[in-house]
Design a protein around this ligand. Sequence first.
Ligand SMILES: [Zn+2]
Length: 212
Amino acid sequence: MPIDPEILERLNRGILQRTGTYRTDEHFVLRSGRHTSEYVAKALVTTEPTFTEGLGDIIATHFSRFEVDLVLTTGYAAGLLGHCVARAHPSRPRFIFATKEKTADRRTGVTLQPEYRAFFAEGGRVLIVEDILTTGETVKQLIKLVESMGGRIVGVGAIWRRSTRMKFKYPLFTVVTRDFPTYAPAECPMCRKGIPTNPDLGAGGPEDDPED
Ligand SMILES: [Zn+2]
């Protein structure tokens, strides 16, 4: 009998919590100025190789009924995860990555290594892999890139989707989907209890690229 998706998601969140990736019951100030008690430390997602392999396996298993020729990622941590997804997928797809950069109008742009262009010649079937999805902007750019190359997108797989409203025109699977409750400082329950804010994570620390 398949596990209830809600229970499975709670289990996955628990695993991410054990690795220190998912932090709860703390007090963080986000770049937006709002406060929250939860945080996903993106840099910690891929620090335990066997755990990264396990996450890659979950995503590969979800898309295992589809033929995949290429797993496409961008960014360092997503690349490590994408490698694990490609390894675990029964189609034995190739693993490739695009390079992320800021365009002149300060938006996120992605470009493909010229060596990879030939892989799209026969209309490659592509699975896009990301680590943490905050706005989905990077994935949107990767979708445009694949479409411009004549590739076909099987779906998008990621570890964490920060907004339940996030949607793409292709199937999206995330190991965890969770909207963090956030508070204006005046209404923040952690402020009221006098819990000190975390000086290293959130707006005071290396917060994730908000466009990811
Ligand atoms: Zn607060």
